[in-house]
Design a protein around this ligand. Sequence first.
Ligand SMILES: [Zn+2]
Length: 451
Amino acid sequence: MSATRIWIKNPLAIFTANQQDAAGGLVIENGVIVELLGAGQAPATPVDSSFDAREHVVLPGLVNTHHHFYQTLTRAWGPVVNEPLFDWLLTLYPVWARLTPRQLALASKVALAELLLSGCTTAADHHYLFPAGLDEAIDIQVEAVRELGMRAMLTRGSMNLGKHDGGLPCQSVVQTAEVILADSERLIDRYHERGDGAQIQIALAPCSPFSVTTDIMRASAEMAEKRDVRLHTHLAETLDEQEFCAQRFGMRTVDYLQSVGWLGPRTWLAHGIHFNQVEIHRLGAAGVGICHCPSSNMRLASGICHTLELEAKGATIGLGVDGSASNDASNMMLEARQALFIQRLRYGAQAITPEKVLGWATRGSARLLGRSDIGELAIGKQADLALFKLDELRFSGSHDPIAALLLCGADRADRVMIGGEWRVIDGQIEGLDIAGLIADHSQAARRLIAG
Ligand SMILES: [Zn+2]
């Protein structure tokens, strides 16, 4: 257990995500930040313990806003290594349709552990796969999150438009609207926590325009409004999707979003790439959140998100690693590095700074999830911290510690704290047998592919 009052003392560098000065570190009391200290300042009242952070760069815990944990079982799978989204999905659906509860448990644990080691403290997952026998997929994920002591936004995903009805997925992975909505209600009742410090939250997440009906989109929006939970989906990821919307709905993606009651501040979208200037204006005015997934967008050659235009019009930008079959890493620091580089290609080097991108990975991502208690270091916020050391070969000779994290490619936190508790110490997750997990998960992945 952590001490009641702890001082994270004199960090090598600190990024608060809100431009407040905390050169002298911060004081945590019962899992919440109670003081930010300037250089040379000491805590106002005595502390029970202090952690000397002179070798550490301190960040707010990173927040991942889009993932599919189960896909860690199909990383770098030969048949889809060189495919764009639709062919990639069509080849993978039949494999994913075999997913078992045990495989999902292992996959979720691997994804969460990987995220945690990269400095991520809150993770969103978009799970939309419920083949026969996997009715309790989200319950399985809740277990994994609790075991690792992280925070999570687990979205109850859904697919109800199979191949027979003009959708993309095979029939064996779609469910009826009744089943989807009943399970959504059950999960909100059972797990959704509200208020500061929440560990588990639930959101509603029909998968994509080409895998759900407009009825389930509308019903999800109504339930989200009634139950006050958030809405998430994939949108405007590829030109194939744009073409699908034109063919099936006779409209573009943002018109589709509006037509089903989703164009509002409760919604955050994964990808959000193919929008024109009018659509960007509409999304911004509506306060929609956009999760930028640079690695996935590059791997599938989907396109480049218009982050700065969206932000300028009022949209919030956050980051997501996306599923591990299209990244194929669950590493938030490497994702921030990719965002820095791809967005520089679009907007130029001076417009996209390391601080800007780290802001997306922390405060921006937290806002996408509707949270104001995490994502920055300030008085009253949760003590969720990621601490990095710059003692590896790759950092040798670097000067600006914050820039070095992204430019030199930091990929592993030395320490991670969540709600005042150390979950990672010396680069190791407390109480987790990583070697055992890798062995079990690798075997499960081979079995899944073998069928
Ligand atoms: Zn995705």
